[in-house]
Design a protein around this ligand. Structure first.
Ligand code: ATP
Length: 449
């Protein structure tokens, strides 16, 4: 399976099984936009929930906000985005296609048609729109290009409301918008994306320690969502490539099917943002240390994680094909914690009411462990297993005559010892075992912990 071929298979599976659909599809789509379908939305929510748990809820020093996407445009002037949030753009004189100059390895030829490329110019990536009925310049607003702005706007509010002790942080999940010159690689480079961001405020001397702590945390999160350790790499970003606000940045890169690319970023933003917003707004954005009575503008460590790039990393590293009983089997080896469906319950035969009733009972029992327990009684058992394999369901549970322990309906031999036991099938190996219902519930509980 070539790498590009793999990408096609992932995109096709994502569409076929309801993970990710092209945006506005029946109108020919809209570049850089995708919609999450019924399974994708749950996978995405599982990622976000885990992040909220690890980056916010399990810690006493973290607080949440959900800021507005539309904000006063002065924010983006002060943060440097109006003047500096741009990518180098080149246009082909022949086919008129546009490219990011820094993605072309210095070539002056169009990668599509071989035509001559024009001059490089800076292209600002912020989407502009108008607030209110007047389409004049005074009403220009931007769709936020990163969620961080909304966090800085609420630094003072959180300090005034909660009086947190430094170091503390604010976490937020939300949409961000970037008018990417060349959106590509499925949900890797989008124009509408979701970010999970933390701004962690520290005393200036505390930045290195905090940077190391969040660096470890990001690796723990990669592990928690099931990304193989060997596929996540750190890149120390050299000064000339860092964002205008950053004094140190580590890119967390991932081995995607189309190459090693940025998955997440960890940046030391110094006091750049709070200082800039304090100066531009005339509002004091400092922190008073109650013990030393020292007043200063905190410095900031920012772990910034793209939700969509995380979902793509999960899908692309979980995609597997193997040979099962002479047939190619496709499955997603998802970590049970992020899998959209945790287990599927089915009666061996759907036209035997006693099997169906017992299977319904087992499903209700297992739903007490987790609500995402599916039901499938369509087609033969083999087909049901394949369907669940393709969406990454870790366990399948089958209720048969032995479960009922009724000699008149049992498969021939009387096996009273098997009464109230079921078959538990494991996705990755296809192996099956016979367990009691409480044992199955415990297996699921432990796997998704
Ligand atoms: P790139 O160099 O790939 O354009 P970036 O360095 O501009 O990315 P950041 O500004 O650091 O990205 O954004 C933080 C995170 O947001 C990224 O690490 C990534 O996970 C996510 N992200 C950024 N741009 C996009 C995009 N166009 N589509 C999807 N996710 C994105």
């Amino acid at each position: 399976m070539t790498e590009l071929h793999l990408m096609e298979k992932i995109v096709s599976l994502a569409k076929r099984r309801g993970f990710v659909f092209p945006g506005s599809e029946i109108y020919g789509g809209l570049a850089g936009t995708f919609d999450y379908g019924p399974l994708g939305v749950v996978l995405k929510e599982n990622v976000e929930r885990l992040w909220l748990q690890m980056f916010r809820d399990d810690r006493d020093d973290m607080h949440g906000v959900d800021a507005a996407i539309l904000m006063n445009p002065k924010i983006w002037e002060a943060s440097g985005h109006v003047s500096g949030f741009s990518d180098p753009l080149v246009e082909c004189g022949k086919c008129k296609k546009r490219f990011r100059a820094d993605h072309l390895d210095g070539s002056r030829k169009c990668p599509e048609c071989g035509g001559e490329l024009g001059e490089v110019r800076q292209f600002n990536m912020m989407f502009k729109t108008h607030a209110g009925a007047n389409e004049d310049t005074s009403a220009v607003v931007y769709l936020r290009p990163e969620t961080a702005g909304g966090i800085f706007m609420n630094f003072k509010n959180v300090v005034d409301a909660l009086h947190p002790k430094l170091p503390f942080g604010i976490a937020q999940i939300g949409k961000a918008f970037r008018n990417e010159i060349a959106p590509r690689d499925f949900i890797f480079r989008l124009r509408e994306l979701s970010q999970m961001e933390v701004e962690y405020f520290v005393a200036p001397s505390g930045w290195e320690q905090a940077f190391e702590e969040w660096r470890k945390m990001m690796h723990l999160f990669a592990e928690a969502v099931g990304l193989p350790q060997g596929m996540v790499h750190e890149l120390e970003v050299p000064t000339e490539d860092r964002a205008h606000y950053s004094k140190r940045t580590i890119d967390f890169e991932f081995d995607y099917p189309f190459g090693r690319k940025e998955l997440w970023g960890l940046a030391y933003r110094t006091d750049f943002d709070l200082l800039a917003h304090a100066n531009a707004s005339g509002t004091e954005l400092s922190y008073l240390d109650e013990e030393t009575k020292e007043k200063f503008i905190p410095h900031v460590i920012e772990p910034s994680l793209g939700v969509d790039r995380t979902v793509l990393a999960i899908l692309s590293s979980a995609y597997r094909e193997d040979d099962m009983n002479g047939e190619v089997r496709t499955y997603l080896a998802l970590a049970p914690r992020v899998a959209p469906v945790k287990a599927m319950v089915s009666p061996l035969l759907k036209n035997k009411p006693e099997l169906v009733a017992k299977a319904r009972e087992v499903r209700a029992e297992l739903k007490r462990v987790h609500p995402a327990i599916a039901w499938d009684d369509n087609g033969n058992i083999g087909k049901r297993y394949r369907r669940q394999d393709e969406i990454g369901t870790p366990f399948c549970i089958t209720i048969d005559f032995d479960t009922l322990g009724d000699p008149s309906t049992s498969s021939g031999q009387e096996r009273p010892d098997l009464k109230d036991t079921v078959t538990l099938r494991h996705r990755d190996t296809g192996t099956q075992e016979r367990l009691t219902i409480p044992e199955v519930a415990e297996r699921i509980r432990v796997a998704i912990e």
